[in-house]
Design a protein around this ligand. Structure first.
Ligand SMILES: NC(=O)c1ccc[n+]([C@@H]2O[C@H](COP(=O)([O-])OP(=O)(O)OC[C@H]3O[C@@H](n4cnc5c(N)ncnc54)[C@H](O)[C@@H]3O)[C@@H](O)[C@H]2O)c1
Length: 423
């Protein structure tokens, strides 16, 4: 076991915070209890590239309890919680390569270090590890990857998009389970998790009052919808920008204003991008912004707000606090960028609440079990989570919350599946 982290002396604090997350993740804890006895991952090497947060700590404990040997790295230069990384290294005996604030070069070094485990299974968030694994596989055995490689999982929308593009181009070399596409993942984690934690990041970084502010949300998909609803709940006037007419119409009928970024940029107080696309806020938009406008991104990569354009529009910049940078524009106005335009909920807050990560990571864990059981027999393509797993996780979550639901009778089931009965 080896590690490269910021400060091992933070391990006790990290352990206490992982314990806290665990007490809010009953579905994952139940899986850990169940599979901790049979150890279906004994002898299986798992390399993970996923935000090193206290919730990830609970996933790692679960994989470990099921018998896996684990290496881990962060999937974003700013999202690692250094106390959690220390605890994983010291208390969970995981090879961890992750620190908050790494350079791009260090970030990729960490990914390559995690790959040295020669994994049977990869767990990814954004597809950076999977892409690096593919480059290594193309080099053959000299890369240190001697196999067997059973497959991988992918946690987020952007990662799934990248991997489906690889599949389409005939470049995907091993099977991937699209954890993001589980309903118990994207309909909860992306919507409620990012919705709440993105605002948490903005509030922690600036402590601005959202009430009465014009909050511009770019993208009205899962994440954008969650952010828009939570901002409205805090009293903000929400303006949505979109490129998809159906999503724009949904935003409009949900009661939000819809505008182009060109128009919204003149009136927004706070801008939050959530598209998974690049160049959503460009120099021409920034130059129109009001004095004091705040810019934040909730999408996976730091490409949604053009940082090069922001630099070009500015005469000077200065740091306001750990996560906020003031840019003085040529226009004489100031704008504030949070978390370097990286995922604001992780760069400036703690990421998603444990309660939603409970379901996302239950999907991750069960997908890893599936890949381990497949022993490499799956074809290299992107797989969806099956409905049964989704339903099982939703039911377990409801039970943990003390919620009961009705069940179909045999007659109702036949009615819903048939066509002969009408009025
Ligand atoms: N911050 C987090 O913790 C977190 C969590 C989950 C997902 N994500 C990331 O958030 C991003 C969005 O994920 P999602 O699940 O909401 O995706 P989604 O596909 O459900 O929604 C994206 C929306 O953005 C719109 N869009 C695309 N380009 C646009 C543009 N140029 N301008 C305006 N709108 C545009 C699309 O039409 C779509 O409606 C992805 O990068 C995803 O990986 C981040």
């Amino acid at each position: 076991m080896e590690y490269r982290i910021k400060d091992i002396s933070l391990a006790e604090e990290g352990r206490r915070r992982i314990d806290w997350a665990e007490s809010h993740m009953p579905v994952l804890v139940a899986l850990r209890k169940k599979y901790g006895e049979t150890k279906p991952l004994k002898g299986i090497r798992v390399a993970g590239c996923l935000h090193v947060t206290k919730e990830t700590g609970v996933l790692v404990r679960t994989l470990k309890a099921a018998g896996a040997e684990i290496s881990w790295c962060g999937c974003n230069p700013l999202s690692t919680q250094d106390d959690v990384a220390a605890s994983l290294a010291k208390h969970e005996e995981v090879s961890v390569f992750a620190s908050k604030g790494v350079s791009t070069e260090e970030y990729y070094d960490d990914i390559h270090s995690a790959m040295r485990l020669n994994p049977h299974i990869t767990i990814d968030d954004g597809a950076d590890l999977t892409v690096e694994m593919h480059k290594a596989l193309e080099q053959g055995k000299k890369s240190g990857l001697t196999g067997p490689l059973f497959g991988g999982t992918e946690e987020t929308t952007t990662g799934v998009i990248r991997l489906r593009a690889m599949q389409k181009a005939g470049k995907l070399l091993y099977p991937i389970i699209a954890v993001n596409d589980a309903e118990t993942k994207h309909d909860f984690d992306n919507v409620y998790g990012t919705g709440q934690s993105a605002l948490d990041g903005i509030i922690r970084a600036t402590n601005v009052l959202l009430s009465g502010k014009n909050v511009v949300v770019a993208g009205y998909g899962h994440v954008g919808k969650g952010v828009a609803r939570k901002a409205a709940g805090l009293g903000a006037n929400v303006i949505v920008t979109e490129v998809d007419p159906i999503a724009a119409l949904k935003a409009k009928l949900d009661g939000f204003s819809v505008a182009t970024m060109k128009n919204a940029s003149k009136i927004g107080d706070i801008f939050i991008t959530a598209t998974g696309c690049k160049d959503v806020i460009l120099g021409e938009d920034i130059s129109q912004m009001k004095d004091g406008a705040i810019l934040a991104n909730a999408g996976h990569f730091n490409v949604e707000i053009s940082i090069p354009d922001l630099e070009k529009q500015s005469t000077a910049k200065k740091s306001i606090n750990d996560s906020t940078m003031q840019y003085d524009l040529h226009t004489g106005n100031r704008v504030y960028l949070i978390g370097e335009g990286r995922l604001v909920n992780l760069a400036a807050a703690e990421g998603h609440p444990s309660e939603v990560m409970d379901m996302s990571f239950a999907n991750q864990f069960l997908s890893v079990l599936k890949l381990a059981a497949s022993k490499g027999s799956l074809k290299p393509m992107v797989y969806n989570i099956d409905k049964e797993q989704d339903q099982q996780i939703a039911m377990a979550k409801l039970q943990s919350m003390g919620v009961e639901i009705d069940q179909l009778t045999a007659e109702q089931k036949a009615y819903l599946e048939g066509f002969s009965e009408g009025t």
